[in-house]
Design a protein around this ligand. Sequence first.
Ligand code: BGC
Length: 895
Amino acid sequence: MRYINRLFSVASLFLILLNGQIFAQNSTVQDGLDRISIDVSSMLVENLSNPIGLDNPAPRFRWKLLSERASVRSTGFELELCKDTTASNGEPETVYRSGKQVSPLLFFRYNGSDLQPYTKYFWRVRSFDQQGRATDFSPWVNFEMGLMNSSNWKGSWISDGKSIQEKALPYFRKEFRLGKKVKSARAYIAAGGLFELSINGNRISNTWLEPNYTRYDRRLLYCTYDITSDLLNGNNAAGVILGNGWYNHQSTAVWDFDKAPWRNRPCFVLDIRVEYEDGSVETISSGRDWKTQTGPIIFSSIYTAEHYDARLELTGWNKAGYSDTAWKQPNLRSAPAPLITAQNLHPIRRVEEIKAKTVRKFNDTVYVVDMGRNISGVSKIRVTGEAGTEIRLRHSERLYESGRTDLSNIDVHYRPVGDGDPFQTDIFILSGKGEEEFSPRFNYKGFQYVEIKSSKPIVITKESVLAYFMHSDLPPVGTVTSSNPVLNQIWSATNNSYLSNMFGYPTDCPQREKNGWTGDAHIASETGLFNFDGITVYEKWLQDHLDEQQPNGVFPSIIPSNGWGYEWGNGPDWTSTIAIIPWNIYLHYGDTTLLSRTYESLKRYVNYIERISPGGICTWGLGDWVPVKSQTPVEFTSTAYYYTDALILSKSALLLGKADDHVRYAALAKKIHAAFNQKFWNPATSLYGSGLQTELSVALHWKLVPDSLVPTVAAALADRVVKDGRQIDVGLLGTKTILNALSDNGYTDLAYELAARETFPSWGWWIKNGATTLFENWPINATSDISMNHIMFGEIGAWMYKALGGIKTSEAAPGFQVINLEPCFPKKLNQFSCRHESVLGTIESGWERKGNNIQYTVTIPPGSIGRLRVPAMGKTARHYIELGSGTHRFNWKNL
Ligand code: BGC
């Protein structure tokens, strides 16, 4: 916290001479003239903007400052909560006043009197700067609590009572009358499986695949929607379609989700809570007074596809006045899980609409449409044809030479029974009534191409097909631009793969598996956090971890899991998610909530590894997955992760005030460190292990190398890379460490050479071969592990921010209260700049090479301090200067 309390005064222009390196620093901010204010658009509750349906009784509040003034620091804040800003006397009914809180953080956890279910609250905040001057109070913004307690549900769980083998999806409807003027209305709905809710014929939300996937027999999420404007005075109708999702998995593949312990026919519970202007409340709920029927969705699988027979459409089924006499009464069901909690995270949306790039006609029943880029999501077709025409839409990432779709890289783990469920292939049967449209509701795929094959001639043009890039709609918080177009494309492909693998839980790939592979996710978590505001999804997914953990501490390698993965792939190299993700969230958000929620679980996990690794060496794990060529021994990397877990646990213990644990786990970390060095350091060769790139870089990056040996090991790593032909020789675990270990230890040019390389093996090699996403394997013609949309090699995205932009977090002052700025300037790159919208505000770091000079510009947000490493000519000399908020320009000579 050393830097936190330090106050600044920055002159608008001054000169510094340091080792002859800096010759000018120019700060464009002005002192004292401009006011500081609260940035209303950044006022968040539970990391969401004006959320409704919160369950957390102690929600967290966050805000940012806006200021043109130099060196703004926050020293405290005051927050107020009220129930209604328009109470009868015009005065808000205050519920809570924090009083002045002394804190450098722009973050507060509610600790007032109990918040009430269904209640809307308004809050405002003001901040105090280092002179004790207060900003104006922000305008009031709001949030609303949800059910808060399962006993508040009024509705019953219902299903249509059909067997799990039934292919057609159930539709449910209910009419109701509202006789009074509605003030506000909310729908609270949870489902075993997926649901789509409509009111009076309208889909009530632009979100998809709700609720997000969890360990279905332990916890289900409920969603809250504001339906005030969907309701009519008089007769209304509510309609629900249920999808199978992962709940009733009928497709068969190697992970046996069709045998999941939770498997059942989809079901749901719904409360529509209407508040009238006169203050009274009425709730319309799911129950036996609903009606159910199957409809046009004749098959649906989250994993493979959806089949739709438009001849079976139930026109008007979700509007009032529809005749449902042929419909049946639903069955009451027990709740699928003991816990039904609020889904408080950025939902899945159809975020981007993508137009077809080309259409190739093979004949009048076969067309292949190229969407121009690889995505996760769905296609939508609009077409005219004869009734009964069957159209198959086969989605692939690549084409055979013939130009037809090739699924052989992604259908390898699929074990179809019969031919009724073709992989990534929607089936649309036309009603013959004019122009018809289809897009699946309860499925998504990974694809670039759509092959359209029909049983009777149809006409397909570029306008006939659209695609939607779907994923958890995380707000983007980062940009990278540089003078190297390939590097820029790598950055964008990394983000495409990150988002393609974000569906309320991180996945490995959106086509072949859609599994929540733990290893892929912790490796990609920094890339994710520099580019997207991911805290809500990570907090949800770490809760999934807690729901999955065995009493002995073990996690499965995929989360959520049906039970698969407890005996394969779940060593610390994968399931260190439980340590690494909460730690990264702490570093990026300055929030210990997740660390404290997962603390006991991490402890149980570390204790388990300790039990099976008495000497400090852990042999449990998968190792450096899909390497270029060399395989690092599993015990090497697993011990490094075991050490990392113990270290994070000891540091968390300190942060959370658990002194005994801190001592115990710091000692454990020390023991593992010693065992690692004893076993893998060879003083005769001055190498770790046999000196592979993964070995040396893992030892450096995860801080297993004693300080005195760091230069030797870093030199050995650089040497190894050169001997390996100046190219990477790493797999998943090594991609996390290789670039960082080089650039953190003075080998920037070599790190950049690897990152920007355009021939095999490299990220650029994929780009040169047309990639718009990251691949799973280095050779583009590999024969196995060849998904074309994997995030696992995605650390390079974070490396761009950390090394080229130099933006690094600080353990002592997390949430960018202190920004460690250590930009590197590879000789072969002329310009680089990156922007990260941190929890304190915008950080920008960019530079341009002008001859031998570097012009560097950095923007520090209000409330934050930059600790800039001033580049020196020699590799070892290090000088740091501190920068207050504002924009600072430097011109460094001879770099
Ligand atoms: C997945 C990987 C995952 C691995 C674990 C693969 O099938 O796609 O990304 O981490 O299995 O072994």
